[in-house]
Design a binder for this molecule. Sequence first.
Ligand code: CAA
Length: 387
Amino acid sequence: MKSDLLNLSEEQRGIRDLAREFAMQEIAPFISEWDESAHFEPSLVKKMGDLGFLGMLLPEEFDGLGVDTSTYLIALEEIAVVDASAAVMMSVHNSLPTQMILRFGSDEQKLRFLKPMARGELLGAFALSEPEAGSDAASLTTQAVRDGDDWILNGTKSWVTSGNHAGVILAMARTDTPSERKGARGIGTFIVTPDMPGFHVGKKEDKLGLRSSPTVQLSFDNLRVPNANLLGQPQMGFVYAMQSLENGRLGIAAQAIGIARAALEAATAYAAERHQFDKPIREFQAIQFKLADMATRVAASRALLHAAAHAKDRGENVKQATSMAKLFASETAMFCTNQAVQIFGGYGYVKDYPVERLFRDAKVTEIYEGTSEIQRIVIAREQYSHE
Ligand code: CAA
């Protein structure tokens, strides 16, 4: 009996099975081809929207499913087991832009954007990082200057997941002035749409993994954004981004667990069928210990993730818990995919089996939405912040 330690409700099992069925039918048959050619399949967005996967955390009044955080993460893990690229698109959309508008947006912004986002008619993206502002996100330099009823934005955003297919981009820009810099408290968040004059999609990154999820630069060249598209207070954009990244990091943890689980499942099956020295390799303790460590880390990651999700839904401070979940799950993804390649041996190093792609896909979970080093900083700071 395999242990996942989750006692799923009937509703959760239904959503998990729907996600699994969708991913197996609509993504699995094309995965190698899309990975090879770095192809993003736009029709997935509408299909996922139709099934409710792009409005999972939105209330029903905005055409969302209104499920709790755990249920959302269960669906996300299921998609990630099949395709980590589709999972990151789903994670960014649900955890960042939709949640930011729901939490900090005006009634008018919610009415304008949330329903089409939930239905998959508008894909969401999140633009915080810049070429010179990664881990030190508050050092971003994209400038917003007020001009009558508008803001004029100039600057370049980097590493924007789905940025070339997005209909709504939540972009952070400085609202303080060059003569009076206010650090993290001098940044606003703007709801940018690609039809705004001055919006340009720049370089599309040629990535090691997650190749069917596009990652692009965006440049704003005198981009004119109506003040009606400013989210909340003009100096609070960084705080909104950090609060939202708590959701984001839970999503990436679920994605990482999906990748790790896929590696575990593939390695378990292979170890049963591969014979060496006249017996299946799973009869060797060297292989058993690897599978045991992989299974234990997947279960521990999942337990940590769902404990953080429940605490979040109870309204507790989850800054530390979300970073712990993301840190542990992403290192589990790297550990499990590395072990899986080792169990497959030479066959793990070539594209005939899926573990080579899983190994490549896993790495970025230790980098984006805050590197493992940044997660450790957040965890440590929280550890002594209450002294
Ligand atoms: N909730 C509420 N407020 C928060 C917060 C949170 N989780 N985190 C920070 N803040 C507040 C702080 O309280 C502080 O407020 P005051 O001004 O009142 O003191 C303010 O924000 C500034 O915070 P810090 O002093 O902690 O800021 P810092 O400059 O030291 O940076 C950091 C902190 C943790 C290093 C942060 O910069 C960080 O998380 N860096 C990583 C950035 C990141 O994750 N980027 C991912 C981009 S998205 C992506 O990957 C692409 C994609 O599409 C997937």
